[in-house]
Design a protein around this ligand. Sequence first.
Ligand code: ADP
Ligand code: ZN
Length: 201
Amino acid sequence: MYHGTRPGWIEVITGVMFSGKSEELIRRVRRGIIARRRVQVFKSHLDARYAGLYTVSTHDGRELEATPVDSAAEIFRQVRPDTELVAIDEAQFLDPEVVTVASALAARGVRVLLAGTDTDFRGEPFGAMGNLLAIAESVDKLQAICVICGDLATRNQRLVDGKPARYDSPTILVGGREAYEARCRHCHRVPRRDEDQTALL
Ligand code: ADP
Ligand code: ZN
């Protein structure tokens, strides 16, 4: 993990769902609080996991208070002048301006910690995550466990009525009937894209 001597840098925690990104974000924020840093935590409005809109929660139930935001600009407006650590969960849902906002905060001496999944259900780059990974000083990519074969999981499998969601379904579904599983590359299924790729052979 990056530790510059001059304050102000960007750390990204990424990887598939269930890989422990929120756990790691909460761990780093708690340590920041122990170190008496002034901390603000934000998360995208779009994630209503366990209906806990105002908290960052992990899949095993650990929680931290967070301010819900709709846009990156809203984060920038809400950061107080004396804040030293800004943590942002579910960063994949934020607009591309999150890159400018994170850079501006880091430039003025804020430690910016972002967590988000780097690929969508198709296995393709999600939102501004790719650009955030590129400009960050430090990146940690975590894996979950594939629920099919037990290998390391690196893909978000979307299921609708228990069946793999098709490639052309929307990237973001809010409050839908879909479910997600962590899977490895080889157990990940995206109908239509899979068919197209086979057609190329
Ligand atoms: P993320 O923020 O990356 O979605 P969380 O921090 O919310 O991940 O949750 C991680 C926790 O999820 C793990 O510590 C574990 O208890 C639980 N979990 C549930 N399913 C899986 C899985 N398939 N692989 C790994 N951990 C899992
Ligand atoms: Zn697998």
